[in-house]
Structures are given as C-alpha cells and as structure tokens.
Design a protein around this ligand. Structure first.
Ligand code: ADP
Ligand code: ADP
Ligand code: ZN
Length: 214
C-alpha cells in the first residue's frame, strides 16, 4: 500500500503517518525528518537544505527528488510506504507519478488532513520534537511522561526553529501557493480522500483506517 499524507504544516500528517506505518508494517518516510537528520549530521545535503528550512521555504525540487528516489530504492519499500511531507509541489508529484508508472505502479491513496490556518499556529507553538528519533509531541494534546524528554528514546525535546510563529506564517503561505494545488492533482487522479484534522488524534486515525479498509 502506497499512501501520501497531504495537509498544511502542523495538520497532523506525521502523527497519523507513524500510526499508519505501525499498523500496516510499512515504512514512514518523512522528508522533513530526513532533512533534519542530515542537518544534525552536517552532511552536504543538510547544509544546503538548512538555508531553505530556516526561512520556512521549500528545499528545491531537484535536491528533494534525489533524496526521495534513493529512499524508495531501499529494500523496506517493496511492500509500500506512507509518505509524509512529500510530494509538496506539482513537479515533485509528477516525478513520483512517473517513477511509479515506469514500474507499472501507482499511489493508492492521497489523504488530505484538513485543518484551517487559524488552528495551525497554536498547534505548532505547542509542538515539541525529538531530533534524535523524530518523535513528535504536543505540550497540551500529546504530552510526554516527563516534561521535555522523549518517551520513545529519552532524547531532549525542542521547539523546532521553524515552528516559531513568524516562520509558521511563512510556511503556511508557502503551503497555499505550492502544496495545496496537489489536492486538485490527486482529486483528478481519483485517489484523494479527505479527513477532518481538527478532531482528536484518535478520531482522525479512525477516519483514516475506515478509508484504507473500505
Ligand atoms: P511540517 O511539519 O511542516 O509538515 P516537515 O518536517 O515536513 O514540516 O518539513 C520541514 C521543512 O523541510 C519544510 O519547511 C521544508 O523546508 C523542508 N521540506 C520537507 N519536505 C520537503 C519537500 N518535499 N520539498 C521541499 N522541502 C521540503
Ligand atoms: P505535521 O506532520 O502535519 O506537521 P504533526 O503530526 O507533527 O504535524 O502535528 C503537529 C502538532 O500537533 C504536534 O505537536 C502534534 O502532537 C499535534 N497534533 C497532531 N494531531 C493532532 C490532533 N488531531 N489534535 C491536536 N493536536 C494534534
Ligand atoms: Zn526520541
């Protein structure tokens, strides 16, 4: 099963993608997590990506595609995957469609987690991220057992630099301009599914499972 998670920054794509991945035994591929891991390890890719990420801009398609195509070639992807944060532009979506079509393959579902802009800024300011394992929490909606410490790995949690309100507003603009058009793109392909991302996490997950198992 090949699934794409669509939605604004902070809509809950990562939260749901992790659960889908665990339930179906497929990898969760987050381009944001891959970029952050490269940043942390100070790779060439990480250095290039950082310039864009810090400003709330998208990393150029060419760089992103190189990274994702490498990831798809790995062995664990043969039974599918859940993509979180990719594709984020029409050229990225077209490249994915083509790469799969070359192998007589296609994405099964594009799930749009719908959350209005008003709800995003407050959600992001409460997000806490573990840069060690990619774990994501929320101070109010999904707190850790010990404040500031990742439940999964014991790593220290941070407020991501790009989750500060000024950058979130910029990312929302980028989302509307460059990523939202993917909703129509996948609607035209007949694989778009919508879920209400303002529900609580459990209910959003329930709605997704209903779609995947329909
Ligand atoms: P969010 O939690 O907002 O969905 P991510 O963790 O997915 O954020 O992405 C963080 C940043 O990484 C983005 O603002 C962007 O700079 C970069 N990024 C992640 N995925 C992509 C992509 N597919 N194309 C371009 N840039 C990306
Ligand atoms: P995305 O990957 O789309 O950027 P995340 O999954 O990281 O979004 O979620 C953003 C923040 O909102 C996190 O702090 C997360 O714990 C919290 N969150 C996710 N889903 C919900 C929800 N349904 N209700 C309230 N908070 C949520
Ligand atoms: Zn962790």
């Amino acid at each position: 099963m090949k699934i794409i998670m669509l939605g604004a920054p902070g809509a809950g794509k990562g939260t749901q993608a992790k659960r889908i991945a665990a339930k179906y035994g497929i990898p969760h591929i987050s381009t944001g997590d891959i970029f952050r891991a490269n940043l942390k390890n100070e790779t060439e890719l990480g250095k290039k990506a950082k310039e864009y990420m810090d400003q709330g801009l998208l990393v150029p398609d060419e760089l992103t595609l190189e990274l994702v195509m490498d990831r798809f070639a790995q062995d664990d992807c043969k039974n599918g995957y859940v993509l979180d944060g990719f594709p984020r532009t029409i050229p990225q979506a077209e490249a994915l469609t083509k790469a799969l079509a070359d192998k007589q393959d296609a994405v099964d579902f594009a799930i749009n987690v719908d959350v209005p802009d008003e709800a995003i800024v407050s959600r992001m300011s409460g997000r806490r991220a573990c840069l060690n394992c990619g774990g994501t929490y929320h101070v109010e909606f999904n707190p850790t057992k010990t404040e500031g410490i990742c439940d999964a790995c014991g790593g220290k949690l941070v407020l991501r630099e790009d989750d500060k309100p000024e950058t979130v507003l910029k990312r929302l603009n980028v989302y509307h301009e460059q990523t939202q058009p993917l909703i129509d793109y996948y609607s035209e392909q007949g694989i778009l599914k919508e879920v209400d991302g303002t529900l609580d996490m459990e209910d959003v997950f329930g709605a997704i499972i209903t779609i995947l198992e329909a």
